[in-house]
Design a protein around this ligand. Structure first.
Ligand code: GSH
Length: 292
């Protein structure tokens, strides 16, 4: 009998703060703020509070794509929210997102700032605002929205399910890893079959559906999350691989991936972005910034 099968749940669940899991220090069963902290506000219409995780990267890729298309209204400040330090529980952040998760956007372009949280809602808000990367054609728009919402519903099985039990749980539980590996492989096959007949998720045009899906599923294929490409035999999904590599080459994707990133090679990190010129920040300055 292993630890997993020996476990008998209490009659009423109790909060065990030291559960040994990677995120035990920040996970809590209570919503709301833990401390007072205002959010900084920069000079641009869009104020993003985020971190360079797949959910955060969706938004920075879209903002960089919009800027590349000439939408100057998409200029943004990207502020770093260190979720490992509990910044998502600061009072200002909770006002921007009562769910205490990155990314959160404050859109200052109107008379009053409006908050947008949930990465899918942020992508839709920005695509509609700039009338870009989302088809207007009523024959195509539902397909794009379907794949956008597919990602929102599916990725938690990949991240919170598979990734957590494969890479982060304090011990390996065969049942959990099997269950989520099976589901993730099914999802990879869904994408692979669809991309066999379509250049992008919604046909011939690159849209917010690609921008939502790529940071998660492309990262699996490129072995950038969980070190699980071999385990999931990700290389066998040929059409998904073709699409992944094509999107990886986009300039806006390379820029978006750098923003609010705090891990990996320093030349691929831009902890905060307040100006397009910030991408040219010298490595020495990044070393200094990484100390703070
Ligand atoms: N469905 C949300 C998920 C956001 C999410 O899970 N964010 C994670 C980082 S990728 C987070 O902020 N975690 C902090 C925490 O759970 O306390 C979205 O797509 O915006």
């Amino acid at each position: 009998m292993n630890e997993a099968t020996a476990y008998v749940p209490d009659k009423v669940w109790q909060w065990d703060k030291e559960n040994g899991g990677k995120f035990a220090n920040i996970n809590r069963p209570i919503a709301g703020s833990t401390h007072d902290k205002e959010l900084p506000v920069g000079k641009h219409p869009m104020q993003l509070y985020s971190l360079g995780t797949p959910n955060g990267v969706k938004v920075t890729i879209l903002l960089e794509e919009l800027l590349a298309l000439g939408h100057s209204g998409a200029e943004y400040d990207a502020w770093l929210i260190k979720i490992g330090d509990g910044d998502q529980f600061g009072s200002g952040f909770v006002e921007a997102n009562p769910n205490s998760k990155i990314p959160a956007l404050m859109d200052h372009s109107g008379a009053k700032p409006v908050r947008v949280f949930e990465s899918g809602a942020i992508l839709l808000h920005l695509a509609e605002k700039f009338d870009a990367l989302l088809p207007d054609d009523p024959g195509k728009r539902p397909e794009c929205l379907s794949w956008l919402f597919w990602q929102m519903g599916s990725a938690p099985y990949l991240g919170g399910g598979f990734g957590h039990f494969y890479a982060y749980a304090p011990f390996k539980i065969e049942y959990s890893i099997n269950r989520y590996a099976m589901e993730v492989k099914r999802q990879l096959d869904v994408l692979d079959r669809h991309l066999a007949d379509n250049q992008y998720m919604c046909g011939d045009d690159y849209t917010i559906a690609d921008i939502a899906i790529w940071p998660w599923y492309g990262a699996v294929v490129l072995n950038r999350v969980y070190g699980a490409a071999e385990y999931l035999d990700a290389g066998s999904y040929k059409h998904l691989g073709r699409w992944t590599r094509e999107i990886d080459e986009r300039k806006a994707v390379k820029r978006g991936r750098m923003v609010n990133r705090t891990s990996g090679p320093l030349e691929e990190q831009l902890r905060e972005r307040h100006d397009a010129a910030d991408f040219e920040t010298k490595t020495q300055d990044k070393i200094e910034a990484s100390k703070s």
